[in-house]
Ligand binder design. Sequence first.
Ligand code: AP5
Length: 190
Amino acid sequence: MMGKKVIITGVPGVGKTTVVNKALKTLKEMGVEYTSINFGSFMFDVARSDDIVQDRDQMRTLDRGVQKRLQQRAGQAIAQVTGNVLIDTHASVKTPKGYLAGLPEWVLREIMPDIIVLVETDNDQILMRRLTDETRSRDKEGYNSIAEHQQFNRSIAAAYAMMTGCTIRIVTNPDFLLERSSAELVEVLR
Ligand code: AP5
C-alpha cells in the first residue's frame, strides 16, 4: 500500500518540531508508523561534508545557487523513502536577498506530497520563543517581519497546492496548548 507523504512547515521558532515529536509519539502508541525526516538536516549533512557551513543556521545565508543545489539533493534523497513519511521543512526561507521558496518545482516534483501542514501561532509568541531559545542562532526579527513571513508562507502554500493537488492544513500552536496542537496533527496524519 502507498504511504502518505506529509510536509510540515512553519516559521523558525513556531514550534513545529515540538508538535511533530509529540504527535509521532501518540501515533506510535496507536500503531501508526511514520518515518520522520528533517529536510534541513539532509541539507546540512551535505553542506558540512562539502565544508560549506559549520552550523545549520548559516545555511540560509548561502548563495541562492548553493541553497538550490542542497535543496535538490535533499529532495532526491527524501523521495527514495517509502511508507508514511513526515517531512519537517520550510514553505519559504528568509535569506538576505529575499524569500527563497522552500519547496520549488524541482523539489515538489520529487516528493509530490499529499498534504502540506502550516504550523502557525501569534507573531509575539514566536518572537518570545526565539528570544528564549538559547540552543539556536535565531534571526532577530520584529513582530511585523514575522507577520509578513507567516503571511508569505500562506501565499506560497497556495501555489504548492496548485502545482501538486495536495491539500493545505493550518494547525495553530499557541502557548500552553501544545496538547491540542499535537492532537490536531494526529488527526491529519492517522
Ligand atoms: P530547521 O532545523 O527546520 O530550522 P527551524 O525552522 O529553526 O526549525 P526548528 O525545528 O528548530 O524550529 P521549530 O519552530 O520547529 O522550533 P522548536 O520545535 O524547536 O532548518 C534549518 C535550516 O535548514 C533552515 O534555516 C534553512 O536554512 C534550511 N532549510 C530547511 N528546509 C529548507 C528548504 N526546504 N529549502 C531551503 N532551505 C531549507 O520550538 C521552538 C521553541 O518554541 C522551543 O523553545 C519550544 O520549547 C517552544 N515551543 C514550542 N511549542 C510551544 C508551545 N505550544 N508553547 C510554548 N512554547 C513552545
